[in-house]
Design a protein around this ligand. Structure first.
Ligand code: ADP
Ligand code: MG
Length: 482
């Protein structure tokens, strides 16, 4: 927990999120139109999505499956009976005049997400519920000097709205929560978590209170679309509320917008202007009753999730909790790591190379792991050459850089550049003998008890072999010779 220092003492920040996650499905929640991102405007609109008179919604089973899987992944209660309702409001991008959503009876009830804090501690964040709803279309204001256009491709796309309890206590914790949630959704393959494309976005509820007091009045910051912006919005909003309260004012419950250019939140509408949505059960849709056996089938088929995988990496591979956490955060990284260690390679060495050299090369080149010129097999090949003494750890970095540039295998590069480490004792002994003969002064010093001279000798051998001598062997043979 991080407290805000005000003039009247410390304040606690309280945050609850409503995360809109787009369910991965080929077609929309109530129609057969496609959901793929990036199509030409209005290329993916059925008569149902355009709300032509007399059109009837038909529930997409795949979307329900995704919502149930997500609920299971959040360790939540799956409600076998749920109800779709109409949330009524007017907006140009909403041709129906209402959004089909769930309200009183959502498909998923209470659950939890565990976040890992800095010092090896963890904290449980409560999930209030998950409900299904359809997305609205999009108004385009930049296509014409005086007119706005409407793109309905997104209208009807299935969303899962995940609502947390007001359990988060800082911008930092909220960032950890969102990363963890995104990771779980990606492991489950129920949402791609791509915030730039809008497939995950959130409303951020913020209030402040004196530690120990009841919850304060909250403001809701709408539709924030990056983790960094969420954190900036929380920090700004919490400080603003402390300022208002310390000046003797009251926080009005209102909806606000975050302006990323100015890093501030601004009022959008107050409670008085809040909509009355007149929810009522959609008469075109029956209540949704799930077969308990089907839910159990989905539960049994759930993939291993990040927490379980992390525990396994610590237990089976002897990795530190920190390293295991870094490796499991993204499913691709965890899978890459497992393919590298599969052939019996040292897990700690593999983890170091992956989180060290590979991650920094990815950063430098702005690539994702899936696009990396060195794949799991390539890295494995490199580690094998270090393991069997063909190359030293220092040479391996050079080989790795060359692999990254050329996409060639480690073995090919070692061959090409003649980088093979010299591990032939006879060859090294001969070099040592010559150096010893040429430098009687240093030999005297060593014999006189100056242990440090050994380092100088190692340097000479390396120089003579252009760094290719096996350092461990050099040390051994030098001591023998001296
Ligand atoms: P609404 O639709 O009115 O925004 P929801 O129940 O959908 O209501 O969402 C309420 C959200 O606000 C939840 O994420 C909840 O955790 C959060 N919340 C409720 N009270 C507070 C509070 N006092 N401070 C911060 N967040 C709060
Ligand atoms: Mg809300």
């Amino acid at each position: 927990m991080s407290l805000i220092q005000g003039t009247s003492g410390e304040w606690e920040v309280v945050i609850g999120l409503e995360v809109h996650a787009q369910a991965i499905t080929r077609s929309k929640l109530f129609s057969g139109a496609a959901t793929a991102y990036g199509a030409e405007p209005n290329a993916q609109v059925s008569l149902v999505d355009a709300a032509m008179p007399g059109m009837l919604p038909v529930l997409n089973r795949a979307a329900v499956e995704q919502a149930v899987k997500t609920g299971l992944g959040l360790e939540a209660e799956i409600k076998l009976h749920s109800v779709f309702e109409r949330k009524n409001y007017f907006y140009p991008d909403l041709p129906q005049g209402y959004q089909i959503s769930q309200y009183q009876e959502p498909i998923v009830g209470e659950g939890r997400v565990v976040i890992d804090l800095e010092a090896g501690d963890s904290r449980e964040i409560g999930i209030e519920r998950l409900h299904m709803e359809q997305d609205a279309g999009k108004s385009l204001h930049d296509r014409h000097p005086s007119k706005s256009h409407v793109d309905l491709n997104r209208a009807g796309v299935p969303l899962m709205e995940i609502v947390t309890k007001p359990d988060l206590r800082s911008a930092e914790e909220t960032g950890l929560f969102l990363r963890k949630l995104r990771s779980i959704l990606r492991y489950l393959e129920t949402c791609d978590g791509n915030m730039e494309e809008g497939s995950m976005r959130c409303d951020v509820n913020v209030s402040v209170r004196k530690p120990g007091d009841d919850l304060g009045t909250r403001c809701e910051i709408k539709n924030v679309n990056s983790i960094r912006f969420v954190q900036q919005a929380i920090d700004y909003e919490a400080k603003r509320q402390v300022r208002v309260k310390e000046a003797g004012g009251e926080i009005e419950q209102e909806t606000r917008l975050f302006d990323p250019d100015r890093g501030e939140t601004r009022p959008m509408r107050s409670k008085e202007e809040a909509h009355d949505y007149r929810y009522f059960p959609d008469p075109d849709l029956l209540p949704l009753d799930l077969d308990p056996a089907w839910v159990e089938e989905l539960r049994a088929a759930l993939p291993e999730l990040p927490d379980a995988r992390k525990a396994r990496f610590v237990g089976d591979y002897g990795l530190s909790a920190y390293d295991a956490g870094v490796l499991v955060a993204e499913k691709e990284t965890a899978e890459f790591f497992e393919s590298v260690v599969e052939g019996g390679r040292d897990p700690k060495v593999a983890a170091n190379w992956l989180t060290g050299e590979v991650f920094s090369a990815l950063n430098r080149s702005g690539l994702d792991l899936a696009e990396a010129p060195v794949d799991a097999e390539g890295l494995g090949g490199l580690l094998d050459l270090i393991g069997d003494g063909t190359i030293s750890g220092r040479m391996a970095k050079e080989v790795f850089d060359a692999m990254w540039q050329s996409g060639k295998s480690a073995a090919a590069i070692v061959e090409e550049r003649g980088l093979k480490q010299i591990s032939d004792s006879g060859e090294i002994e001969a070099i040592i003998a010559a150096i010893v003969a040429d430098n009687p002064g240093q030999v005297e010093q060593y014999k006189g008890g100056n242990e440090k001279v050994i380092g100088w000798f190692v340097g000479q051998v390396m120089k003579a072999t252009q760094g290719k001598a096996n350092p461990k062997l050099v040390n051994e043979l030098l001591r023998k010779a001296l």
